[in-house]
Design a protein around this ligand. Sequence first.
Ligand SMILES: [Zn+2]
Length: 457
Amino acid sequence: MFALWRALARLVRQLSRRLGRGGGTTAPGRLLLRVSPDALDRLGGDLDRGAAVISATNGKTTTAAMCAAILERGGTPLVHNRAGSNMGWGVATALLDARSGAGQLGLLEVDEAWLPRVADALHPRAYLLANLFRDQLDRYGELETLAERWAETVAGASGARLVLNADDPLVADLGRGREDAAVYFGVADDSQALPELQHAADSVHCRNCGAAYVYDAVYLGHLGRYHCPSCGRRRPAPAVVAERVELEGMDGARLALRTPAGSAELRLPLPGLYNVYNALAATALALELGAPLDDVAPALEGFAGAFGRVETIPVPHPSGGTRPLSILLIKNPAGANEVLRTLRLAGEPVDLWLALNDRTADGRDVSWIWDADFELLAGHVGQVTCSGTRAEELALRLKYAGVAASAAVERDLGRSLDAAVAAGEPGRPLYALPTYTALLELRDLLSDRGLADRWAG
Ligand SMILES: [Zn+2]
């Protein structure tokens, strides 16, 4: 019976692709999980080389795509949810490609809250757990609860390899007592350190004794080099390390990569320290899965960005010519701060088009914008346009941040984008900072105008 349901789900996927409609990355999996609740177990059983799962609050789509790029250089056949559809049904849809005897490895990005259930079904051979940040507050509740559920999941994963971020105390703790199974990655370059934790809300307490960790270096949100002043617990020594990190504004970053397999110089075409972390995580997992170090640098240097995360699209200007529109997703304070810090590196004042939506997939509560450090951009911006269902609140936030006394406000995405493009001369970059559903709307808008491919599905 299952074979029939699977064939039907494959047919649904083929049809939705042919019709060019959205939903092709989730609808077949939803259908299959409804009629066959153990579909994930069954589909996963066809992966000859087992599965590796990747989860994090920030960067998991980019990290998974980077890891896929490394593994594909070695010719490993992958089953991979490339479009970033990472809830159970997205994973199930991707697994429709699993075929017994094909020598495939599952490389699956999994939503943080779905990780326990997906892991229970797939029995992954490797877990890459990269970070846990406070996301939309009304989505999953407390961060510590999520960390607790992850801890239960990996405690039941005997025999699995754990690839963990040493710099995130919540994640690093998952490998305590499992030193033989865990491999850590982290940054070791104090030139990238911030003076202190940016928000009290980012503080993390020692799981061993409950005292607040003290940071010797803060790199990003609550990621850094830390120790417990009470019981002495400290950040584990990472095996895969980024040293001598140089951020080159929007153009990318350079770093020296140190791994148990040797060292390599790396030029990343993606901006910001957050992408350095993504590259480290992808490298650590790929090496753990048997990739040679020689494949890492060429794969990452040619990496063009996971779909929709960082891309630049030329948009026509009313007086002729185009303006390059660079799109950077923002969805929570830590991720937004990295984008803002990166924009500050641009060297000259930047023109911004921001879109804040409060649809379910964004989180209905948009109060997180008050925790993001828009102040970083004060004195660094030119024209500013606010859009989306909560455009007014965003404009108010920017006013309080001293970024823009009177940003242009227009809820309609298309009209506001046109106004933002027309407000500067051709050739001048324009930076788009949309929340998740605003990003999807923007993609549709640009593809309706023939400027970008429709969201792959
Ligand atoms: Zn302690």
